[in-house]
Design a protein around this ligand. Structure first.
Ligand SMILES: Cc1cc2nc3c(=O)[nH]c(=O)nc-3n(C[C@H](O)[C@H](O)[C@H](O)COP(=O)(O)O)c2cc1C
Length: 172
């Protein structure tokens, strides 16, 4: 599967089969996070792979009760260790760096026949407590991972290119 196809095929999977993710597939997916670019090659990302049912249940509660968080065979808590670095453009690098790594994982998972869903709706303090994440480390995203239990829904609407692209200068 090429990258464009993975981009097209990826969708948010909110229903998972009760079927474990083979370890070799998990490693291939994590490897794409490892190889992601990061500002000044900081690699401040850290990933906690959660398979334990009890811990996933707690994460589900911390994620506004989104049921599929506990149903997914794996939840990956995507963290950043150094959150202080601000790039000259004014943006903190850690959110961007972690996010790129997560996106790599979603695409590789798609290639491997697996599904993912980004989870941004969670209480960070609760998640940190559950996973014993040290002070100063931020949990940027949770990512569910597993075999999809249902067929992909019709593609969700995206804006047209002409609504989001401008050439040479900002134009309305
Ligand atoms: C940063 C981020 C946070 C998200 N948080 C959640 C979430 O908490 N729960 C959820 O069900 N979907 C979540 N999503 C999934 C989006 O709703 C989804 O990507 C969007 O509706 C487009 O649908 P698609 O992923 O199927 O193409 C999140 C997506 C992103 C990128």
């Amino acid at each position: 599967m090429d990258v464009a196809e993975a981009v097209k095929k990826r969708y948010s999977v909110r229903e998972y089969l009760d079927k474990p993710v083979p370890e070799e597939k998990l490693i291939l997916i994590l490897e794409t996070a490892r190889l992601a670019p990061s500002a000044s090659n900081r690699q401040e990302w850290r990933f906690i792979v959660v398979k334990d049912k009890e811990i996933k249940n707690k994460l589900m509660q911390a994620a506004k009760g989104q049921k599929f968080v506990s149903q997914a065979p794996i939840v990956i808590a995507c963290c950043a260790t150094d959150t202080t670095h601000i790039m000259s453009c004014g943006q903190p690098s850690y959110v961007i760096d972690v996010t790129i790594a997560v996106d790599h994982m979603t695409l590789k998972a798609t290639e491997e026949g697996l599904g993912t869903c980004w989870i941004g709706a969670f209480n960070e303090d609760k998640v940190k407590k559950i996973l014993q994440v040290p002070k100063g480390v931020r949990v940027v995203e949770l990512l569910t991972l597993g075999y999809p239990a249902s067929e992909p829904p019709p593609r969700k609407n995206r804006k047209n290119l002409n609504e989001i692209i401008m050439y040479e200068r900002w134009s309305s």
